[in-house]
Design a protein around this ligand. Structure first.
Ligand code: NDP
Ligand code: 8X3
Length: 255
């Protein structure tokens, strides 16, 4: 359903997991890409791999750094400036502790990256969508934004904020013909748990044992489905879990 004009998508967190698979699928479908993250080697490898299919520009910045976000987006060459699709994906959980044992640096990281970083990137990109009265913003929330689970506390708060921001954007950008929607995944096998458990790979891999978790390709596929609907169709809010998962705490694991 995409018109002949080539589309440009801006993906945060493109160096791993959901963002990486979305980048690959978009490129294969000839969507030009601005790929963001902090791992320069991964950005370079992606540019090399995907340039066969679409035009690729990479930006290295930390979404926590307000100035870096605006400088990076201001630095876009003219042929990458006209962004049609923003995928607000960068984010992670940091730590998995009872509230009273939570680490302040972890709390800062989750609120600064998952919430404020998403706001900074959006603030830098939305004005051009407003000007041209079109655009599509997809916010990656989480089942943690729909339910609070034990030891999820501040991560859940950050994703509840993403849910609220998604709704707020949709309400306020409605007058500008901009599509806004969120996907809230359950368990997806990515680098997510390595980050949450601070490099304890054994604990991270336990998260995905005994059942078939979602793969990042599954979420990428849904993101691509959302952006390829006719423009009058806006998929506003999706909760997507592995079949083995019933809610944030019930997972049918087999020994
Ligand atoms: P990964 O850890 O595999 O990927 C996270 C991405 O976010 C990386 O590309 C990383 O890039 C980027 N990122 C993290 N911190 C920053 C930062 N400070 N500045 C810029 N980029 C940053 O995890 P997922 O692919 O699973 O996570 C993607 C999104 O999906 C997140 O918002 C997560 O909360 C959400 N989600 C994940 C679920 C899961 O079970 N995996 C379920 C529900 C939601 P780099 O390190 O290069 O900066
Ligand atoms: C990531 C999935 O279940 O750890 O958002 O919250 S979960």
């Amino acid at each position: 359903h995409l018109p002949n004009k080539k589309f440009i998508a801006f993906i945060t967190g493109a160096t791993s997991g959901i963002g990486l698979e979305t980048a690959k699928l978009f490129a294969l479908n000839k969507i030009d890409l601005i790929l963001c993250g902090r791992r320069q080697a991964s950005l370079d490898a992606l540019r090399k791999e995907l340039s066969r299919y679409a035009k690729i520009h990479t930006l290295n910045f930390d979404v926590r750094d307000k100035e870096a976000v605006f400088n990076a987006i201001d630095s876009l060459p003219a042929d990458f400036f006209d962004i049609d699709i923003l995928v607000n994906n960068a984010g992670n959980a940091h730590g998995f502790d009872d509230f009273d044992e939570g680490n302040l640096d972890d709390w800062d990281a989750m609120l600064d990256i998952n919430v404020k970083g998403l706001l900074y990137v959006s603030k830098a990109i939305i004005p051009n969508m407003v000007r041209k009265k079109s655009g599509h913003i997809i916010n990656i929330g989480s089942i943690a934004g729909k339910e609070v689970y034990p030891k999820g506390n501040v991560y859940c708060a950050s994703k509840h904020a993403v849910d609220a921001i998604n709704q707020g954007m949709r309400i306020d950008l409605n007058q500008y013909n901009i599509r806004v929607g969120a996907i809230h995944p359950g368990l997806v096998e990515t680098g997510f748990s390595d980050v949450r458990f601070k490099g304890d790979t054994e604990r991270a891999s336990e998260t995905y044992k005994g059942y078939k978790p979602l793969q990042p390709e599954d979420i990428a596929d849904i993101i691509h489905f959302m952006v390829t609907r006719p423009y009058h169709v806006n998929i506003a809010d999706l909760l997507v879990m592995p079949t083995a998962q019933a809610n944030a705490t019930i997972v049918n694991k087999q020994p």
